[in-house]
Structure formats: C-alpha cells, structure tokens
Write a protein that binds this ligand. Sequence first.
Ligand SMILES: Cc1cc2nc3c(=O)[nH]c(=O)nc-3n(C[C@H](O)[C@H](O)[C@H](O)COP(=O)(O)OP(=O)(O)OC[C@H]3O[C@@H](n4cnc5c(N)ncnc54)[C@H](O)[C@@H]3O)c2cc1C
Length: 465
Amino acid sequence: MTTQLSAPNVVSELGPLMKGRVIDRTDPEYDQARSVFNGMIDRSPLAVARCADAADVVAAVNWARENGVIVAVRGGGHSGPGFGTVDDGLVIDLSPMRGVHVDAQQRTVRVEGGCTAGDVDHATHAFGLAVPFGIVASTGIAGLTLGGGTGYLTRAHGLTIDNLLGADVVLADGRIVTADESTNPDLFWALRGGGGNFGVVVSFLFRAHPVDQVFAGPIFFDIADAGTVMRAYRDFLPDSPEELATFFGLKTVPAGDPFPAEHWGKHAGALITCFTGSAEAGAAALAPLMDALPEPLFDWRGEMPFPAWNQAFDPLFPKGMQWYWRGDFVDELPDEAIEAHLEHAKLIPPGAVSLMHLYPIDGAPQRVGSHDTAWSNRDATWNMVIVGVHPDPGAAAGLEQWVRDYWDAVHPFSHRGGYINFMMTDEAPDRLRTTYGDNFERLAAVKAAYDPDNFFRVNQNIAPK
Ligand SMILES: Cc1cc2nc3c(=O)[nH]c(=O)nc-3n(C[C@H](O)[C@H](O)[C@H](O)COP(=O)(O)OP(=O)(O)OC[C@H]3O[C@@H](n4cnc5c(N)ncnc54)[C@H](O)[C@@H]3O)c2cc1C
C-alpha cells in the first residue's frame, strides 16, 4: 500500500498545509524526531508531521490517505512495541499539542492529545484536582487512556477510561467528530479500551477528583522476605480502603542515589504505596499490613503533593532504554503462583531496572459493567506486567528471554487476557480476542463503521468486521 514517494514530496506537499513542521530524512532533526521511548525500536519513517493543532492532524491524515502512505500516530511515544513510528510511513506526532484547560467548577479537564500525564498533573494540581493516569509522568495520556489506564487513583476513582467524558477524533476520512455518551456513542464505547484503532484523538475531556497531598512512597524488603510480604499483601488488599493504592513489585534496588549503597543491585520485594489523605490516616490504613511484615530494607513514605509522587520514578526510566514487556490480568495469587514469581524474580538480569508489578484494579473499576466500555476485564484484581529494562542494547536478547520465561511460568495462574498497553507484537494470535472477550465482535463492527479500510493499523490491531 505504501507508495514510493521521495521524501521531499512530503515536505513540499504537506508542509504548506500545516502550522507545525514536517521533518523528513534530510532534516537535521530527523533522528531525534523518529526516535521513540523504547531504545529497541529503530524505524525509518518517510517523515514526521509535528502537528500544532487539530487542523494539522486533518491535513496529515488526508495527505497520507490520498497518497496511500501508512501512518503511525504518536502521543507520548511510550508504546513498548513502538507504535508511535513506522518504516516508510508518516508519523502523525501530537507532541506539540500540550494544552490543558481545567474547569474547576465542573471538575472537568480538557486535554490535548499530545499531553503527558505530568502535563495534566501540573495543571490540575493548582486546583487541588487530579485525573487518574499511570505511575510515570512522562507517559502520554493518549495511548494510556485509549488502552484503559491504571495507576495510583484507580481503586478509588476507576480506570482512566472510567473518567473519560468525551473525545474529539479525526477519522480516517478526515472528518473531526465528537464522541461522548450522546454523540457517536458507539465510537465513545470503543475508544474506552480499544486502543488507537478508530482515529486520532485530538482532545480528551476528563472528570477530575479532589486529590492534593498524598502519603506515599516505596517500602523495600529483602528478597528472602518477599514471599511473606506478597502473601500478606494478597490477603490485605480486598478489605483495605480504596484511597490506599498499593502495588507489589519484585525488582532490584536501583544502583544509584538516593538508594542506600549497601543495597544497590540486591533483589527485593517492594510495596509501592499512595494514600490520598493525611500522613496519619495513611499510616493507619497500611498499619494492619505493616504490623504483620518483617523489617524492611527501607521505608520512604512521606507526605507530598500528588504530582511529586507521580513523577518520582521518571529519573529511573529515561528515554532510550531497551524495553520488552508482557502482562496478564490476575484474579488470585495462590501460593504456587507466588513461588513461581519468586523463582523468576531472583533471575532478574544484573545491572537492570527490570521488574514485575501487580497493579490493583479492584474497587471502582469493578463497579463498571464488562460491556459498558470496550475494556471488559472488570472482575480482575490486578493488572500484572513483567518488564525487562536495560540501558545496554547488548542486553536485549537476555532481557526478552527472562521476560518470556517468567511469563510462561506465571501465565497459568492468570485471568482472561492481558492489558493491551503491556503487549508487544509477538503475543498469541488470539490474544486480543481473548482479552476483549464478548466485546471483540462489537469492536470489529465499530472499526468497520469508522475505519473500514484499516487505515489506522499501527496499533494492537482490530481488523474491521
Ligand atoms: C515508563 C512507562 C510506564 C508506564 N506506566 C503505565 C501505568 O502506570 N499505567 C498504564 O496504564 N500504562 C502504563 N504504561 C503503558 C502505557 O500506557 C502505554 O505504553 C501507552 O501506549 C503509552 O501511550 P503514549 O501516548 O505515550 O504512546 P504512543 O507510543 O505515542 O502511542 C501508543 C498507542 O496509542 C496510539 N495513540 C497515541 N496517541 C494517539 C492519539 N492521540 N489518538 C489515537 N491514538 C493514539 C498509537 O497509535 C499507539 O497505538 C507505561 C509505559 C511506560 C513506557
């Protein structure tokens, strides 16, 4: 389908139609413009269209469609499999579109499609509000939202999509439409979990919640105690207050400041906690669990503004590292599953910041029906991910093998399907169908209605019915 257009055509044809810049292979900024977060991804698009506004997105979509050029849509560029770029195609890059408007009266936030979670946190915090996104501030809100979105505020306020009130979308035919409960409700349904299949979302409207100071921080335990911690955490979670978000991790202690040098590189179990409220109430909420646990290596909980905590991990994950991940939804953690986790966590490749995280998605997400949004896994307890992360490209093969072996060992204990935002491109052929369950056929029908030619296919692709 890709035509053999020479690179200058993109700049001379599309450039004049756009307010933002079109960067082709001759541009000194090209290498920087084509790069995405995952350093494993090395693709060579025809050009990157840096869109300044929705009209630029329309121009880019129309130009690509009329010229038979494949497109990749980029929000924050954090996709593991690198869906924010494509060989010999046009990257529709929304990163210049970073406007955020907070309506404090209505407690709603209008967010442009190129924003990161940090952009939105910054704007909403001034009003004592927050929207539930993920745990790293540099992640794009577009890809995260369209996949579902899990993070610190999930148990209390739902998935990111449960807080989506509407979206403006540029469709494959170049029209801009609104999708919400009353306008194009089928599209609105599909956007809430169906990924980037349906169009380019140029702006999102979110509900925000009163979240200001949090009592939060990491608590690390020696790997010898990790089984005890994991079992106690499993038993503690169901009755714990929803304002308390605590995820469990198996990882190594990062080898650098501010981590204590005597623990650098040690395998460890970790509770990463975030309580919306005062230090006293937060400490009391976690006390029943902490009282049952051995002495941690360190406990760094403290009171801080929510945006400070939501960006605390960003320095550990700079752009350009090698990333490979796999995940699953998890219902229960029997002791055999915990044993399998521990066995593979002890094999985390040295020098890496690789990890396994179990993000709780019980609470508010479970109060939404499994057919109310495209995300159907409303009865799962955790969104689990195993991530191999390493600065050295030479370590990539070892990382992938570690993730695959680990996943193979714990997958038998999983629920139905996995989070599309924690998939690469090498999953089983029926993985999306399994993940969406009953919703899959409806998603394929919505795809056929809004993108019958599968123009938007650089994503976890749902073929038109
Ligand atoms: C360091 C790190 C931490 C993470 N933490 C979390 C977490 O806590 N919670 C969580 O839920 N996920 C998390 N993720 C996963 C994250 O949700 C996905 O990687 C997501 O795809 C990132 O979105 P993006 O816009 O940055 O990515 P991109 O690479 O820009 O895009 C990802 C996908 O979304 C599509 N897309 C992007 N922008 C648009 C748009 N405007 N309109 C239509 N489609 C679009 C793309 O085509 C692509 O298919 C994390 C990822 C990383 C790398």
